[in-house]
Design a protein around this ligand. Sequence first.
Ligand SMILES: Cc1cc2nc3c(=O)[nH]c(=O)nc-3n(C[C@H](O)[C@H](O)[C@H](O)COP(=O)(O)O)c2cc1C
Length: 180
Amino acid sequence: MIENETMKSILARRSYKLFDSRPISDEALETIVTAGLYAPTGMNRQPWHFTVIRSREMLDKLAAARKAMPLPPGIPPAALKAMGDPMRNAPVMILVSAKEGGTGFQDSCLAMENMFIAAASLGIMSGWDHATVVDLVPNNPELRAELIPEGYILHAAAFFGYPGPEVKDRGERKGTVSYV
Ligand SMILES: Cc1cc2nc3c(=O)[nH]c(=O)nc-3n(C[C@H](O)[C@H](O)[C@H](O)COP(=O)(O)O)c2cc1C
C-alpha cells in the first residue's frame, strides 16, 4: 500500500463519541465543510443542504429530545449510559439533507465521509449518529422545521470534536475483497 497523507487520514478516521470540550475553529470547520461540498453527486446536481450546528442551545435541545426517546429494543439503559452522551460534549454536529428524489441519499453519505476524512486529517474525530437520522429529527416537527429545509430529507448526521480518552485501535480489515 502506498502511504501518503490522504491514506494516513483515511486510516486515522475512527467513529468516536467521548469528545472533550475543545471548540473547533472556524477555519477547521470551513475545511471540513468544504471537503463535504466537493464530494461527487449524481449528475452534479448537488441536491443537498448542510446544517452545521454549533449552538450549545440547539445541541442541548437535541440532547434533551434524545433523552426522551424510547430506548431501541434490546439495548439496556446501562449500555447506553456506558456509551456516553455524545451531544453533551461534541462542539459541532453536521446534518446533511437532500431534496427528495434522485441520488440525494448517496450524495449525502459521500459528503459525510469526505467530511469525516477531512476532520481526521486535522486530528478531529467524528461519529455518525443514526438515531438522529431515522428518528430524532424526522419525528420531531419542531426540530425538523428548525434544522432541515422544507422538501429535504435528512440522510446523514454526525458529531465532530477533539478526542477525550484514548482512541481504540479498530484492528485490521481483511478478507472481504476479491479482485477479478
Ligand atoms: C450507517 C451508519 C450508522 C451508524 N450509526 C451509529 C450510531 O448510531 N451510533 C454509533 O455510535 N455509531 C454508529 N456508526 C458507526 C459504526 O459503529 C462504526 O463505523 C463501525 O463500528 C466501525 O468503526 P470505525 O468507524 O471506527 O471504523 C454508524 C455507522 C454507519 C455507517
